[in-house]
Design a protein around this ligand. Structure first.
Ligand code: SUG
Length: 445
């Protein structure tokens, strides 16, 4: 049966802002305190989703989380009405208020690790929401992510949902941003490549920035999903590139079916890592391991342009395309490299550029904005259909964004309690558009 890679993009939430929350993510730090445009951010994301459907791909939509997260603020000791909670947090702990206001669930590559049912011992699609333990503003996503997935993929005949791993430094899990799958095609068994930032038992670690994904977490996810040893490979990310701002593997490598595009500095002991991939790969189609030398694209250019955070997609005609941010087009070296790549002997035939600047300024490129969910036709028919994109849904959602979103949010706006009311009103309406029922805590009171 054909398996489609269905990209579920995180719809940008109404509180999108730049708070400099992600230590180790260069863009987040550089753009902190700038004025964000949530309306533009959401429309840029929807544009990409619609374009994917026009290319003939299946496209899903993941609703944003509710922000500000007053439930977390209450756990932190702020009490009274919601208005009181926000006012007190703004005055006494602005850093916590910012964490509870982040629209970071848009970066759905970090929402979960998802395994193709062909790879899992029980023949079901497995989901493990990422605990995102390394950053407070992201760690608070896990609970709602679980609820949302259970609502969208709500058929136990096809889908198995695991709990996020426990929050502990040994078990930091950042989801699919550190997982890719190599295979003849999505419709055949594949090799799961898990890339971790650190192993607690080893001294090989970054020195400046945190490694967010641990080996123990990757192993636990593979175990829970029932992946076989012969179909999994655990590789360490090069700690030196983490220290240059490569906070997830998807900022330095991207895979799709029988192609892996990676920077020569991506992996710890890169030559050995590549040998291990070659040895374990079981497909009979040639595996294209495309190494990008620093002579063509430096790590610095990779981080500023996000070339590896492109989506590598298989088009209906069997060739592949790279969906890249316009920052790549604006960097001569990177644009030249991409043009050359399309001419070379590999399945990649074209580059499609998107303006995703609002998300990019927080370190989130095209690949961060989507979670790959491999689904065969039966599994796809079990997904809540309203969560799949088409032209009509695009128009409904753009109208919804135009109605509810602000076009500017600055740091001081976070103290304004009316933003909470606007956000909840918008999401209440969205959960009805997507026919998801009451998935948000404020709807359950
Ligand atoms: N590479 C992938 N898959 N995802 C990118 C996530 C970007 C996100 N940025 C932020 O959370 C910044 C929020 C702020 O600073 O306001 C992060 O660092 O976790």
């Amino acid at each position: 049966m054909t398996v489609y890679e269905v990209n579920f993009d995180g719809l940008v939430g109404p509180t999108h802002n730049y708070s400099g929350l992600s230590f180790g993510n260069v863009a987040s730090k550089n753009n902190a305190k700038q004025i964000a445009n949530p309306k533009k951010a959401a429309l840029q994301g929807l544009e990409k989703m619609l374009a994917m459907t026009k290319l003939g791909l299946k496209q899903g939509i993941l609703p944003p989380q509710v922000r500000p997260d007053t439930f977390t603020l209450r756990k932190l000791g702020f009490s009274g009405s919601d208005k009181d909670v926000i006012t007190k947090a703004a005055k006494n702990a602005p850093q916590f208020l910012k964490a509870c206001y982040s629209a970071s669930s848009m970066w759905s590559a970090n929402a979960a690790t998802v395994s193709n049912s062909l790879d899992c011992d029980d023949g079901k699609v497995h989901f493990t929401p990422a605990n995102l333990s390394n950053k407070l503003h992201r760690a608070i996503e896990a609970e709602q992510t679980s609820r949302t997935f259970k609502a969208i993929f709500n058929n136990t005949q096809y889908f198995t949902h695991h709990e996020p791993l426990p929050h502990h430094p040994l078990l930091g899990d950042e989801g699919a941003a550190n997982h890719t799958r190599l295979s003849n095609s999505h419709s055949e068994k594949g090799l799961s490549l898990f890339v971790y930032g650190e192993d607690a038992l080893s001294a090989i670690k970054p020195k400046i920035y945190p490694a967010r994904q641990t080996l123990a977490a990757s192993e636990a996810v593979a175990r829970a999903h029932g992946l076989s040893e012969s179909n999994c490979l655990f590789l360490q990310q090069n700690p030196n590139v983490i220290d240059q701002g490569v906070f997830h593997n998807d900022v330095i490598a991207i895979g799709n079916e029988n192609v892996l595009l990676y920077h020569e500095m991506a992996f710890y002991q890169c030559a050995r890592a590549v040998e291990a991939i070659n040895t374990k790969y079981q497909g009979d189609k040639p595996l294209h391991l495309i190494e990008v030398s620093s002579d063509y694209v430096s790590v610095e250019d990779a981080v500023s342009s996000y070339i590896f955070n492109s989506q590598l997609i298989t088009l209906p005609n069997g060739t592949m395309a790279i969906v890249a941010p316009t920052e790549c087009q604006n960097n001569d070296k990177v644009a030249t490299y991409l043009a050359t790549l399309c001419e070379a002997n590999n399945p990649i035939s074209k580059v499609i550029y998107f303006d995703l600047q609002q998300s990019m300024k927080n370190g989130g490129g095209p690949a961060c904005l989507r979670l790959r969910v491999p689904l065969n036709e039966l599994e796809l028919s079990a997904v809540v259909p309203e969560c799949l994109m088409d032209e009509a849904k695009y128009h409904t959602l753009t109208a919804w964004v135009e109605k509810h979103y602000r076009d500017a949010i600055a740091e001081d706006d976070l103290a304004d309690p009316s933003l909470l009311v606007e956000s909840q009103t918008a999401l209440d309406e969205l959960s009805q558009i997507l026919k998801l029922g009451s998935i948000y805590p404020f709807q359950m009171d």
